[in-house]
Design a protein around this ligand. Structure first.
Ligand code: 1PR
Length: 550
């Protein structure tokens, strides 16, 4: 198999890209030093984290000149995400750091007055603009396909500016901002989106680049397909994973976090077994899930961290599932079974190297937020959230929140942020606040959900996975009041979770809240509905979704 050189200079979490390249028929050689670059025929730079961090690492290690030489020699070069940003002159993110300068303009941050930032999810990379359909497919890009993006800074698209210098451009729209999704000129190709995380559409692009097929005839009639612009409704399948009483790793699902079978009298039955994690993840990928989340809900306490079965699950899943994978459970500083101290960052690193794109932190985020308030809102710099987001970027850190309603008769009876609710409590209470919990809902803490989400946003979290214990497993729809309340407090994206029982619950949460994504578990595991049915239903109701491509 022909080899592709990958310059993984920053974080070392390129497993999914390696898997994707192998999937389309190439092998990967990792570039270990600048001396390896001249031997590269095809060179790919995946980018993670900050523009400044990425470019200064390249500079410090002596890669800038060999990269320029590679490009000048006319050999294929591809930049992905920050790898695309690297070919620009500079970025507002780190104004003093110089990019490779192939494109003489500066990247800018998305405006966040009317939308979440980072821009996370599936969007277009369309070469047809202003009704001018093109028959040419740039590296296999299709106007109807959607690609996975995750970034806060982007190159604004100004019509004609790049084209006058010979660049072919594919664009996307986020709110009213049009930005560069991909650019190509001669031997250089760069994508702001992640082809390795963009399902079959992304694999097609990667393959076209590796085969040197810059121009192909479009496989679809551009005027006959839907090219509606903007971020699609993101539908996520979540798998709670734990060992059952026989010691097997199973996907399970609780009601209000109780995962044991009920015999009608007591709830102390065996752990519900709904299937095998890797098989189920693949099934949901093929049904069109936009992301897969694994939550390790027992954290496998008695096993050495390096042998955590979740690592194997991620490795196997990332070989066949080319959408973002999130892993949660047990991400905190810990002591290994042999007494060695192991940091949350070390654990996250193992997960990233095994194929995860994001880690999700639950209990530890609550403790960190409590300390943040106790210290008068000072950032310690040493929390798991801060250390992982500074190493891998904010987008890699999701905070999983497990709140529970506490009903009260008047807002003055608690110092916490309250809401007036349309579903009164057991004694007719018209107000409630959302108490954060730790240890899978077992322990309530004196911190409300607004305090938690604003604190973790300040620490550098990139996204909130917003569960609700009262709604979990209820099939009664999402807690819209909770979601609206959290959305009003923060700018980072929110994933609505808990309570989905049918496709209309997804429609409702997207119509009636500003949520950025919605997650379901039980209704998919029990095969009551498929992810595909949910997406078809959303589309019928006029919502923009990504279709699974073969
Ligand atoms: O605290 O960092 O070790 O993380 C533990 C993680 O495990 C947290 O994300 C926590 O939410 C999760 N967790 C712990 N115990 C349980 C349990 O069920 N006993 N699962 C649990 C929570 C995840 C939800 C669920 C939705 C949708 N379940 O996201 O998937 O409620 O369910 P539905 O669609 O069926 O209603 P740490």
């Amino acid at each position: 198999m022909p080899a592709v050189h990958l310059l993984d200079y920053v974080a070392g979490n390129v497993r999914s890209l390696v898997n994707a390249i192998e999937k389309v028929g190439y092998t990967v050689e990792l570039v270990k030093s600048p001396a390896d670059v001249p031997a590269a025929e095809k060179l790919i730079i995946p980018g993670v984290g900050h523009f400044g961090h990425c470019l200064s690492q390249l500079e410090k290690a002596g890669y800038i000149d060999p990269i320029h030489a590679h490009i000048k020699a006319g050999k294929p070069f591809m930049g992905i995400c920050v790898g695309l940003q690297a070919i620009f002159e500079s970025s507002e993110e780190d104004p003093d750091v110089k990019g490779l300068g192939l494109i003489p303009s500066r990247l800018q941050k998305f405006r966040d007055e009317d939308k979440s930032v980072p821009h996370i999810g599936w969007n277009s990379a369309n070469t047809s603009r202003k009704g001018k359909a093109t028959e040419d497919s740039l590296y296999g890009l299709r106007p109807s396909s959607k690609y996975y993006y995750v970034h806060s800074y982007a190159a604004r698209y100004i019509e004609g500016e790049l084209e006058k210098d010979g660049w072919a451009v594919a664009t996307a729209k986020y709110g009213d901002e049009e930005f560069v999704g991909a650019v190509a000129r001669d031997n250089v190709f760069a994508t702001q989106f992640h082809p390795e995380k963009s399902g079959e559409a992304g694999l097609r692009v990667l393959k076209a680049f590796l085969e040197g097929k810059m121009h192909q005839k479009l496989a679809e009639n551009p005027s006959a397909v839907s090219t509606k612009e903007g971020l699609t409704r993101r539908v996520i399948a979540c798998l709670d994973v734990r060992t059952n009483d026989q010691g097997d790793l199973v996907v399970t699902k609780g009601d209000q976090y109780d995962v044991r079978e009920k015999d009608g009298v007591s709830t102390g039955g065996s752990v519900r077994n709904l299937g095998k994690p890797v098989d189920m993840a693949k099934k949901y990928y093929e049904q069109g899930a936009d992301e897969i989340t694994f939550l390790n809900i027992t954290s496998f306490r008695n096993c050495p961290v390096a042998d955590t079965p979740m690592l194997e699950i991620l490795k196997r899943t990332s070989e066949t599932v080319f959408v973002p994978l999130t892993i949660g459970g047990g991400i905190r500083d810990t002591v290994d079974t042999d007494g060695t101290k192991i940091s949350a960052l070390d654990i996250a690193t193992m997960y990233f190297k095994s194929g995860a794109d994001k880690v999700s932190i639950g209990s530890d985020a609550v403790t960190a937020a409590e300390e943040y308030y106790a210290s008068g809102k000072t950032l310690s710099g040493s929390t798991a959230i801060e250390s992982i987001s500074s190493a891998y970027g904010n987008q890699a850190v999701v905070i999983s929140v497990d709140p529970r309603r506490v009903y009260i008769s008047s807002p003055g009876s608690t110092p916490h942020h309250t809401i007036k609710t349309k579903t009164p409590g057991p004694n007719g209470e018209e107000y409630c606040w959302y108490q954060c919990t730790i240890k899978g809902g077992r322990e309530g803490r004196d911190i409300d959900v607004r305090q938690l989400v604003t604190a973790v946003e300040a620490m550098g979290a990139g996204e909130i996975l917003l569960n609700c214990i009262d709604k979990d497993g209820s099939n009664s729809g999402f807690d819209l009041e909770l979601i609206n309340d959290v959305k009003a407090a923060i700018k980072i994206p929110v994933i609505a979770s808990s309570g989905a029982g049918n496709p209309d619950h997804f429609r409702e949460v997207f119509d009636e809240t500003a949520t950025d994504a919605a997650l379901g578990a039980g209704m998919f595991h029990r095969a009551e509905y498929t992810v595909k049915q949910v997406k078809e239903y959303l589309q019928e109701k006029g919502q923009l979704v990504r279709q699974y491509e073969q």
